[in-house]
Design a protein around this ligand. Structure first.
Ligand code: CMP
Length: 137
């Protein structure tokens, strides 16, 4: 099923010059970069994006971290891309993410109250629609 997902190269990924590496892995897999922009997200945008995490202990550090530098937002298309990109990204914690994945190969867990893990990918069709609207409208 053709679908689109939101991928973010987070501030740690951009700062470490990993944007090209992330895009290369996406393209090599056969997914299509449909839209792309670099943004310095506002607190308001991040609060909308991370609404489900409001109230959790890592929410403040998460918003602080995500607002600490530019983010590259990408609309990525392809068959099964929502699940497929999450598979490319690996699990949340880079320490235990499988080698071969973006987080497993390139990430490490920085101690700043929040897991810094290079990329974000939407976790469901509903999230993808909601998040693409937030970042591209
Ligand atoms: P992501 O899954 O892209 O979106 C939510 C983010 O919150 C997640 O990446 C991590 O950066 C962070 N996160 C999730 N769970 C935890 C946790 N238990 N401790 C610290 N940070 C977390």
């Amino acid at each position: 099923e053709a679908q689109s997902t939101l991928v973010l190269v987070k501030p740690d990924g951009v700062a470490r010059n990993l944007t090209g590496e992330v895009l290369r892995r996406i393209e090599r897999k056969g997914y299509v970069i449909e839209d792309l922009r670099m943004v310095r997200p506002t607190r308001e945008l991040l609060t909308r994006h991370y609404a489900e995490h409001e109230g959790k202990p890592f929410f403040e550090p998460l918003v602080e971290f995500m607002g600490s530098g530019p983010v590259v937002a990408v609309r990525v298309g392809g068959h099964g891309v929502i699940e497929g990109f999450r598979s490319l990204a690996g699990t949340t914690d880079p320490t235990t993410a499988a080698p071969g994945t973006i987080r497993g190969d390139l990430g490490r867990d920085w101690d700043a109250g929040v897991i810094q893990n290079i990329v974000h990918g939407s976790d469901s069709p509903e999230s993808a629609a909601r998040e693409l609207d937030i970042w591209f409208n």
